[in-house]
Design a protein around this ligand. Structure first.
Ligand code: BES
Ligand code: ZN
Length: 414
């Protein structure tokens, strides 16, 4: 009881500090219990405060409290109920086994194209990548004190993003019913954003990035998040600009519905994307593919080691078929090669798609070991970003978006 109240006072004092426009991690918030998933079958119940400390120790996890309540987790035997006798635990596990089976959603397999169909269009668009505008967007996006999902400036940065995508899609908003949805989440104010460009069919091709940032020492501190994941955000904004241009000039019209997602609260344990893809699953949405762009701007790590500039193609917890298609896209549209690399369980929002049975992929700035070491601190700043490298991620994203949204991969007749 005493420990609790001391902790509550401490947290409230920190929360009230002038360092930032702070709304969250007040005492009660910090002690709130959350259900986290640390691996395909590994769950644990910890407090919000312990989540941050776990992250500092490099543990990767999804916070699934919004999908499975703590009470359900006990009933399903995902975690053992405190002070429960062994026979009761066994009983819970037995009754939960069937439901756990249902919770593991098998990932759909699709036959992605073995040949590309839009070479001259994609190359033409990629020649028009505007690095100045990417820089300008990142400069504005990193000027928010932090984009921490529970902070006031984190909510304001999502307003900025909303205005931005509205502006970018203006050229096609008369002829196309572009749907821009702000997804409100339970428990924090930063919204996720879904930009949906309808195709002939409602099956979706998704590009994703996360909009939030975090300072892992204290979420109240300055977190520009230039690379993580301001870079992925501005990469996909530029790809959106180019795709919109192709549509508005009559050079392209998507067959599948093409969506650009900007997730909130990735740093809280993939909270925003888990919410988005769980809603898609519940409504029976078909997602043909999801490509995550998270950390696209740092090339110094590999260059310092005398390693060629490259893209990092994540091979663990991603879809083999989709990765094969992306290798073809990179070989065709990029000026640098890919290196295969691993990143661990649930290291970014592609994992939320996969958890809901949707094939996903993740391409990062380099092999994991050469990636940006300054993330999650106030040193993740814009001057460390290589905009030529970001442009390589734009090429890849435009290639992926045009080729997959422009192709009837299920061979459905219109
Ligand atoms: N952008 C990182 C993931 C990352 C970091 C990938 C370094 C490759 C190299 C992401 O924002 C992140 O911090 N993820 C967490 C897990 C998440 C579920 C909280 C991580 O990797 O620790
Ligand atoms: Zn991060």
């Amino acid at each position: 009881m005493k420990v609790f109240s001391v902790l509550t006072i401490c947290c409230t004092i920190v929360a009230a500090s002038p360092l930032g426009n702070w709304a969250a991690l007040s005492g009660n918030d910090a002690l709130e219990l959350r259900l986290i998933k640390l691996g395909p079958q590994e769950y644990s119940i910890i407090s919000e405060l312990e989540k941050v400390s776990l992250r500092r120790r490099g543990k990767k996890f999804m916070d699934v409290t919004n999908q499975i309540s703590i009470e359900e987790a006990y009933t399903l035997g995902l975690v053992s109920r405190p002070q429960t006798s062994l026979w009761k635990q066994m009983l819970f596990s037995a009754s939960g086994a069937k439901q756990i089976e249902m919770m593991n959603k098998p990932v759909k397999e699709y036959k992605y194209p073995k040949k590309l169909s839009y070479k001259s269009l994609v190359q033409d668009l990629n020649d028009q990548i505007d690095k100045d505008s990417i820089y300008e967007n990142l400069s504005q996006f990193t000027s928010f004190y932090t984009r921490y999902y529970k902070s006031k400036s984190g909510a304001e940065s999502s307003d900025w993003l909303y205005e931005k995508v509205n502006h970018l899609t203006k050229p096609i908003s008369k002829d196309y019913e572009v749907n821009i949805t702000r997804v409100h989440h339970k428990g924090w104010d930063q919204t996720s954003l879904i930009v949906s460009i309808p195709g002939n069919v409602t099956d979706k091709v998704v590009v994703g990035a996360h909009q939030d940032s975090i300072h892992l020492l204290l979420p109240q501190l300055r977190a520009p998040g230039a690379d993580d994941d301001g870079s992925g955000t501005v990469t996909t904004l530029e790809a959106l600009r180019l795709v919109v241009q192709a549509i508005s000039t009559g050079q392209f019209s998507p067959y599948n519905t093409l969506e650009f997602h900007y997730y909130s609260a990735e740093e809280g344990g993939l909270l925003g994307s888990a919410d988005v893809f769980a809603r898609y699953y519940d409504s029976g949405a078909v997602v043909l593919s999801m490509l995550q762009q998270d950390m696209t701007g740092y090339s110094t790590g590999s260059k310092n080691q005398g390693i060629e500039e490259h893209l990092g193609l994540i091979t663990d917890y991603t879809n083999v078929g989709l990765n094969g298609f992306l290798k073809l896209v990179i070989d065709t549209y990029n000026d640098i090669p890919y290196h295969e690399t691993e990143c661990g369980y649930a290291c970014s929002d592609h994992a939320s798609a996969l958890e809901n049975g949707y094939p996903s992929a993740f391409i990062i700035e380099s092999e994991f070991k050469f990636s940006n070491q300054f993330i999650h601190s106030s040193m993740d700043t814009i001057e460390k970003i290589d905009f030529d490298h970001v442009a390589e991620h734009v090429k890849l994203t435009v290639g992926y978006a045009i080729e997959l949204s422009g192709t009837n991969i299920l061979n459905k007749s219109n």
